[in-house]
Design a binder for this molecule. Structure first.
Ligand SMILES: CC(C)(COP(=O)(O)OP(=O)(O)OC[C@H]1O[C@@H](n2cnc3c(N)ncnc32)[C@H](O)[C@@H]1OP(=O)(O)O)[C@@H](O)C(=O)NCCC(=O)NCCS
Length: 166
């Protein structure tokens, strides 16, 4: 059975926590408590290999026109198989569904994001809200992550409606 990408469910919280915790211990991701994951489970997509959670990613809304991809990670043994790209596609589709035109990420994996259509941007272009979580980051005054951005073409709502009717 192929690995599938799906929305996360409350039963995924423990496995999500373990995956994120593993990367947090390496300083690649910010840690997330089980409570925070349970509260925000609706923002997560996961990769599921016959019931085993092997990847995750989430969207955090930062304004009416901007979301951030967060907590994107693939389990060891599953990298390099296109699963990360599938999760990014699912998160982009979710942003489009919510009619949010700009998707950003802060990352060390610049070439992965570039392969997925993102480009490097100056961190300064983002609003203050992007940086609120930095107080929880050990590297807060020394951030070496790179900001990347991808824009989504949104059709005007009226055009989408008339298109849907034809
Ligand atoms: C970065 C990560 C999410 C990529 O997921 P993945 O499933 O391995 O990536 P994919 O298989 O979808 O790769 C898509 C493309 O990007 C390339 N790619 C993947 N990881 C890459 C990397 N680290 N550097 C350069 N290119 C990379 C692949 O070669 C592939 O290119 P191709 O389509 O030409 O073959 C995964 O490696 C990971 O979990 N890393 C650790 C956590 C992390 O850093 N997350 C990012 C936080 S924002």
């Amino acid at each position: 059975m192929p690995v599938i990408c799906r929305k996360a469910k409350s039963e995924d919280v423990n496995a999500l926590h373990d995956l994120i915790q593993g990367y947090a211990a390496q300083g690649i991701m910010l840690p997330r408590s089980r409570e925070a994951l349970a509260r925000n489970i609706g923002n997560f997509v996961v990769a599921d290999d016959a019931g085993k959670l092997v990847g995750c990613g989430s969207l955090l809304k930062l304004g009416s026109d901007l979301v951030e991809i967060r907590s994107l990670g693939i389990a060891d043994g599953y990298k390099g198989q296109g699963i990360g790209s599938k999760l990014v596609d699912a998160l982009m589709a979710e942003a489009k569904e919510q009619r949010i035109p700009k998707v950003m990420a802060l990352t060390y994996e610049v070439s992965f994001f570039q392969k997925n259509g993102f480009h490097i941007v100056d961190k300064e272009i983002f609003p203050e809200k992007v940086w609120t979580d930095c107080v929880n980051c050990p590297k807060q005054n020394n951030c070496d992550e790179i900001a990347v951005l991808k824009r989504i073409e949104l059709m005007p709502e009226a055009a989408e409606m008339s298109y849907a009717r034809t």
